[in-house]
Design a protein around this ligand. Structure first.
Ligand SMILES: *Cc1c(COP(=O)(O)O)cnc(C)c1O
Length: 391
């Protein structure tokens, strides 16, 4: 397994999370909550300080070449888009560094969810992250549709925790001609299920069987909040139409930091930004302030505002292979536990940070950048000790 970059992160000590009673107060805790908020990287501090310094000594000219660290703010996201493209498996012009996840989701739905009287449904997983549920329902309402009729939520079979690939594909085939948009999370925030993204994308966009020759396919979008920086992605090759993500989970960019958006290049000609802003305008003439909007080709045409530099300057790197290995190791350890049952107490008092979701779920997520096999062991052990103490 490639080694973790744990030393490059600042992790809370046990005493800082109130775990001094049962764990060594001076030791760092076992942080298995990078899926909710990735911990601070040591480099972030320097980068933020550099930007504050640049702002102080350059003022407005920091936008351009006089930026003391060579990262003029006007082109700041040009440093980030190649990293995004790499992480999601896309071309550079298919990604943009902008806004926030939910706002980007609305922008994408505004362009790609175009209900007609025959084809108007949204297919998604049941118990999607609430922000997504609110976005889907409000988009349906904005088109004068009843969310109860327009939104199809797929739940796992009775007694099962995750959705079966075949059930999803069958549903798409059955309801296909009435579905306008198929939108799932890449990795489900509550169950941790990594959906078969390629199969769902291809099932959405192709007829599948000869019975459905009339069926020209639905748009397929993905919310990658829990997938980006966590699992390997090839959005372009899979033919994904659009995707959105945030950077404060597995990408460790800090609370509320800048988000990302992807649009497949096959849409460049037809899907032009409807809600335009100056940052989506061709940079060659942006500062000539022309009255007519001339969008950048591709995803970056959807940019609206100049990005927050403090929210954008934090480090991002990636190793997805580690993620699969660590998750496999933790799963094995937890399945071996004598307490392999759902329970309600979280493990923070013993120095393990995960999080809990009512009524009976504890989320523990090894993140590839900073977690180690030892963290998985500590996590499983911590959970056992917590259960021992309440058994
Ligand atoms: C974390 C998360 C969000 C959060 O949305 P923001 O707009 O970044 O606050 C939305 N959707 C999913 C699936 C998430 O996991």
């Amino acid at each position: 397994m490639a080694s973790a970059l744990s030393d490059e992160f600042v992790l809370p000590k046990n005493k800082e999370i109130g775990a001094s009673k049962h764990a060594d107060p001076e030791r760092t805790c076992t942080y298995l909550c990078g899926n909710s908020l990735g911990p601070l990287s040591k480099r972030s501090k320097t980068l933020v300080e550099q930007e504050l310094h640049a702002w102080g000594i350059s003022g407005v000219s920091g936008h351009f070449d006089t930026h003391p660290y060579g990262r003029g703010w006007v082109a700041f996201c040009d440093h980030i888009t190649p990293l995004f493209a790499d992480i999601v498996g896309a071309k550079e012009k298919e990604v943009a560094c902008m806004g926030t996840l939910t706002a980007n989701l609305h922008l994408m739905m505004e362009s790609f969810y175009k209900p007609t009287s025959e084809r108007y449904k949204i297919l998604c997983e049941a118990k999607a992250f609430p922000s997504d549920q609110y976005a889907f329902a409000s988009q349906a309402l904005a088109h004068g549709l009843d969310p109860a009729k327009a939104i199809i939520e797929m739940a796992p079979r009775e007694g099962e925790y995750t959705l079966r690939e075949q059930d999803i594909l069958d549903k798409i085939a059955q309801e296909g001609s009435s579905i306008a948009l198929v939108i799932f999370s890449g990795v489900q925030y509550y169950t941790g299920q990594w959906f078969p993204m390629q199969a769902i994308t291809q099932g959405s966009s192709s007829p599948g069987t000869t019975i459905f020759t009339f069926f020209r396919g639905c748009i397929c979008g993905w919310d990658l909040a829990h997938a980006v920086g966590n699992v390997p992605l090839s959005l372009h090759d899979w033919g994904v139409d659009f995707a959105v993500w945030c950077t404060y989970k597995y990408l460790n960019a800090g609370p509320g930091s800048i988000a990302g958006l992807y649009v497949h290049e096959k849409w460049n000609e037809t899907e032009l930004p409807k809600f335009a802003g100056w940052w989506g305008h061709d940079p060659a003439t942006r500062f000539a302030m022309p009255p007519k909007f001339s969008p950048i080709e591709g995803a970056q045409g959807f940019q609206q505002s100049n990005p927050s530099i403090l929210a954008s300057c934090l480090t991002i790197r990636l190793s997805s292979k580690r993620s699969l290995e660590l998750t496999g190791a933790l799963e094995k350890l937890l399945l071996q536990s004598k307490y392999f049952v759902p329970v309600e107490e979280a493990a923070a008092p013993v120095g393990v940070i995960g999080d809990e979701r009512q009524p009976d779920v504890i989320r523990l997520a090894p993140a590839p950048l900073f977690n180690t096999l030892k963290d998985c062991e500590e996590g499983a052990l911590g959970l056992e000790r917590a259960f021992d103490s309440i058994a």
